[in-house]
Design a protein around this ligand. Sequence first.
Ligand SMILES: Nc1ncnc2c1ncn2[C@@H]1O[C@H](COP(=O)(O)OP(=O)(O)OP(=O)(O)O)[C@@H](O)[C@H]1O
Ligand SMILES: O=C(O)C1=C[C@@H](O)[C@@H](O)[C@H](O)C1
Ligand SMILES: [Mg+2]
Length: 173
Amino acid sequence: MNQLLQGVDVYLIGIMGAGKSTIGKILARKLNYRFFDTDILIERVAGKKIADIFAAEGEEYFRDLETQILKEVSAYRSSAIATGGGIIQKPINWSYLRQGLIVWLDVDLEILKKRLSKDQNRPLAGKLESLLEKRYPLYSQADMHIKCSSNQTPKQVADSIIARIPAMIMNKK
Ligand SMILES: Nc1ncnc2c1ncn2[C@@H]1O[C@H](COP(=O)(O)OP(=O)(O)OP(=O)(O)O)[C@@H](O)[C@H]1O
Ligand SMILES: O=C(O)C1=C[C@@H](O)[C@@H](O)[C@H](O)C1
Ligand SMILES: [Mg+2]
């Protein structure tokens, strides 16, 4: 698999709660790749939680940091990258995402609501439905669409991504 992948990066996109961080970590382990999580890196650079960045500096500041971090991680090969749910909003971010394979984790709204009900660190969680509607056409531009059902474990989702990677690479050539 690794030979076939030739170090091509895998970017996970999708709305908050879709499983990008959870599945990205598993993918990286299985592919023997580096793992990056743009949200975690933003918190590290800013020295505070996402909710506090939004509250103190605002969303625009967060988005600028997000682009800067994405640019930096896109310089590495052989990595799986869990992105933030809104990374697809800025056109410039697509120029970095397009350097690898873009995988959209698509999860039903009811499952997302349950997953996010206890998350205090996602300031936009209250706008889930309208964000999903607005972003759907953007997520749809991914190379791979993974429709996740409620009974699939993160490991099973990671395996189904891995199974489809060779065909994706052929299509990109
Ligand atoms: N396939 C799955 N089955 C059950 N629970 C899952 C699955 N994938 C993720 N989860 C759970 O859903 C929650 C959200 O997952 P995760 O943090 O990976 O999402 P995310 O896409 O990274 O969200 P965000 O954009 O907010 O960072 C976590 O509690 C995680 O354990
Ligand atoms: O969907 C969004 O806009 C966000 C999702 C999270 O991953 C974080 O990047 C942040 O809370 C914003
Ligand atoms: Mg995440």
